[in-house]
Design a protein around this ligand. Structure first.
Ligand SMILES: C[S@@+](CC[C@H](N)C(=O)[O-])C[C@H]1O[C@@H](n2cnc3c(N)ncnc32)[C@H](O)[C@@H]1O
Length: 216
């Protein structure tokens, strides 16, 4: 299995952008439990918070954040996913960019929302991505991360081949403890964590981790 780099991830999502955007238009894959974590995250951010949807994809979670009172903006590696985010959700700004080098000032956001956007990043590169998301959070701000639970990488190209798309795309599974430890080392204590068993066609348990940037 080749090590997944940003070029491969960008190419893969550019290739499948319309399939992804047309398949997941809203919260089809989410359970009420995960959405409860989103509710809790937003409550902790204060009034009309600025939230970066980090790895927004085709933007399906932008209106979810807005409906909860946030001022969301999206960033994603894939120009084709951002094209769909802009077309399908024109009320919210979305830009092309990498989570490993965000075009944002230190402390600019009240919240960073990473919904399954760290899952294609190999372990060796994950801390760099997390530290960049922490950098753009204000003290007292919160980071919400969703990901599949497990160990190691999996080639998820065959799932797209079934729809006629040839892409190289690996997904990396992690434990809640691993992600919490990484965040702790970055000075971000975890304040809530969810792990639930797989449902339906999901192959793995799903996790949502909420961490807070200390004020002092
Ligand atoms: C599984 S999709 C999730 C998209 C969206 N958050 C959602 O829930 O529908 C993963 C997204 O993360 C983006 N992504 C992966 N690595 C990234 C990186 N290094 N920088 C920015 N975006 C990245 C991909 O382009 C893709 O759109």
């Amino acid at each position: 299995m080749p090590q997944q780099g940003e070029e491969l991830t960008r190419t893969a999502y550019d290739t499948v952008a319309d399939l992804y955007a047309d398949t997941f238009t809203s919260t089809e894959p989410e359970q009420p439990l995960e959405l409860a974590m989103v509710d809790h995250f937003v409550v902790l951010l204060g009034h009309r918070p600025r939230v970066l949807d980090a790895g927004c994809g085709a933007g399906r979670m932008l209106p979810q954040l807005a409906a909860r009172g946030c001022r969301p903006e999206g960033v994603d590696l894939s120009p084709e996913m951002v094209r769909r985010a802009r077309a399908d959700h024109p009320a919210y700004p979305s830009t092309v960019g990498s989570l490993t080098a965000l075009d944002a000032s230190d402390g600019e956001f009240d919240g960073v929302f990473s919904w399954y956007s760290t899952i294609h990043t190999p372990d060796d590169h994950l801390d760099r991505m997390l530290s960049e998301m922490v950098r753009v959070l204000r003290p007292g701000g919160h980071l919400l991360l969703a990901f599949q639970v497990g160990e190691g990488g999996r080639d998820i190209g065959p799932g797209f081949a079934a729809h006629g798309f040839q892409v190289t795309l690996n997904r990396y599974h992690r434990s809640v403890q691993d992600v919490a430890s990484r965040l702790g080392r970055l000075g971000m204590p975890v304040v809530a964590r969810l792990e639930r068993d797989p449902l339906g066609s999901e192959g793995e348990p799903q996790a949502v981790v909420l961490a807070r940037r200390p004020t002092g």
